[in-house]
Design a protein around this ligand. Structure first.
Ligand SMILES: Nc1nc2c(c(=O)[nH]1)N[C@H]1C(S)=C(S)[C@@H](COP(=O)(O)O)O[C@H]1N2
Ligand SMILES: [Mo]
Length: 404
């Protein structure tokens, strides 16, 4: 059976070399609503102009208005996060005719697959799942914390196509001493001394049938900047585990202690992953699943709406994989809450749409607050929680509107 696999076309390939690494500024800017929130909109190959946080490596966030376009975030608007100066790997390194994925280490059988072999050997599965950076919304932290000052655009929801990681690991057969599974992509540090971006999962996480090795996103090959040709997809878990340009899976007998597992990407060992503002965490654990979040997308901060006329409020909510149970909306500063109607269910890892008809009254201004609850009964705090890395913001967000 021949599997056709679309690679970057010639024009896109040239772009990755010429403008790919830095993108082309469109002359447009955007103001994120916190100090130093001034950003350029920059065009990269296969992307529409996105909000650029850093140029080297590219870190791009999705303009918030995109989340009101569709529940599935379009590939050309999906956010981009890299850590290493040498990222992303140039398209020449990602040639699918030479690409191989290896499974090695504490296994009875080491395996090597081309992309076509991977597709032919294992069952193809699809999941709609949110990918969100641990530091999404970090720019809103007070007191401010170091790290990328992101608005709410380091998240997105897509339909991912691939094979189950568990199926590969079963084919390789784990040795009795196997403890963790370690993932490496083809991006490399530029400077000696900077640790390569390598992530580890526990056996429970890796053997969970939700975890995929995906080659497609929303029905198309992964964009270059989102991990072409293959990435890990770990639904319900923060993006840090979703290793892009994945080429090596290694099973190890010890807890993997690489820099990007420890000290990076750790949270206070506390049910809400927080400490008192300004204080260091005591014990820490690796970050894992998303907490509950919800957003208003139909109306942007500062937008004008008509008093006395019905408006449809709309937005989305998501959590770490139990699914959204309820979305409540307050238009009176949190005094009372009304249940919104939930939209089509794309699965427990997806954005869940909500809508609510509302007839605003009075003049001047008003605000909309959204609060979701998941099927485990977990919700969102009314006051922001703080941690020194600026991870996992999930306070009930408030959008202020002008009434006329
Ligand atoms: N190879 C590689 N994969 C990576 C990273 C990276 O720096 N290199 N960053 C991770 C982080 S922290 C996030 S949030 C997600 C972002 O996925 P995206 O760029 O496709 O949106 O990629 C993850 N996978
Ligand atoms: Mo991230």
């Amino acid at each position: 059976m021949v599997h056709h696999y679309p690679t970057l076309d010639r024009r896109q390939f040239l772009q990755t070399g010429l403008i790919g690494m830095t993108g082309v500024a469109m002359g447009e800017t955007i103001e994120l609503p916190f100090e130093n929130g001034h950003r350029l909109l920059v065009k990269y190959p296969q992307k529409r102009p996105l909000i650029r946080l850093t140029a080297r490596p590219p870190q791009l966030e999705t303009p918030f208005s995109v989340f009101n376009e569709s529940l599935l975030t379009p590939n050309d608007a999906f956010f981009v996060r890299y850590h290493l100066g040498g990222a992303p790997p140039p398209a020449s390194v990602l040639d699918t005719t030479v690409f191989r994925l290896t499974v090695s280490g504490s296994v009875l059988r080491s395996l090597t697959f081309s992309l076509d072999e991977l597709k032919a050997r294992f069952e193809t599965v699809e999941t709609v799942a949110v990918n969100q950076c641990s530091g999404n919304s970090r720019g809103y932290f007070t007191p401010r914390v170091p790290g990328g000052q992101l608005g709410h655009g380091a998240m997105g929801c897509a339909r991912w196509t691939g094979v189950r990681l568990a199926d590969l690991l079963k084919a390789a057969e784990l040795s009795v001493g196997a403890k963790q599974v370690v993932f490496d992509g083809m991006d490399r540090p530029l400077l000696a001394g900077i640790p390569d971006f390598v992530k580890a999962l526990s056996l429970d996480q890796a053997l969970n049938s939700d975890a995929l090795l995906a080659w497609a996103m929303n029905g198309e090959a992964l964009p270059w900047l989102n991990g072409f040709p293959l990435r890990l997809v770990l639904p319900g878990h923060y993006g840090t585990y979703w290793v892009k340009h994945l080429h090596s899976i290694r099973v190890v007998d010890e807890e993997f202690k690489g820099f990007w597992m420890s000290p990076a990407y750790r949270i206070p060992e506390d049910p809400c992953a927080h400490v008192l503002p300004g204080t260091p965490p005591g014990r820490t654990i690796p970050i894992s699943r998303f907490n509950v979040r919800s957003f208003l997308t139909s109306h942007l901060e500062g937008q004008t709406i008509r008093s006395g006329q019905e408006s449809i409020l709309r937005g989305m909510a998501f959590d770490g994989g139990s699914g959204i149970h309820e979305v409540l909306v307050s238009t009176d500063e949190g005094g009372s809450w009304r249940g919104a109607e939930l939209g089509r269910d794309f699965g427990r890892f997806a954005f869940r749409e909500w809508t609510l008809a509302w007839r605003p009254k009075g003049a001047n201004s008003c605000s909309v607050r959204v609060r979701a609850m998941n099927r485990l009964g977990e919700s969102q705090p009314l006051e922001p929680l703080w941690n020194p890395a600026g991870y996992m913001r999930n306070v009930v967000e408030k959008t202020s509107l002008k009434l006329i």
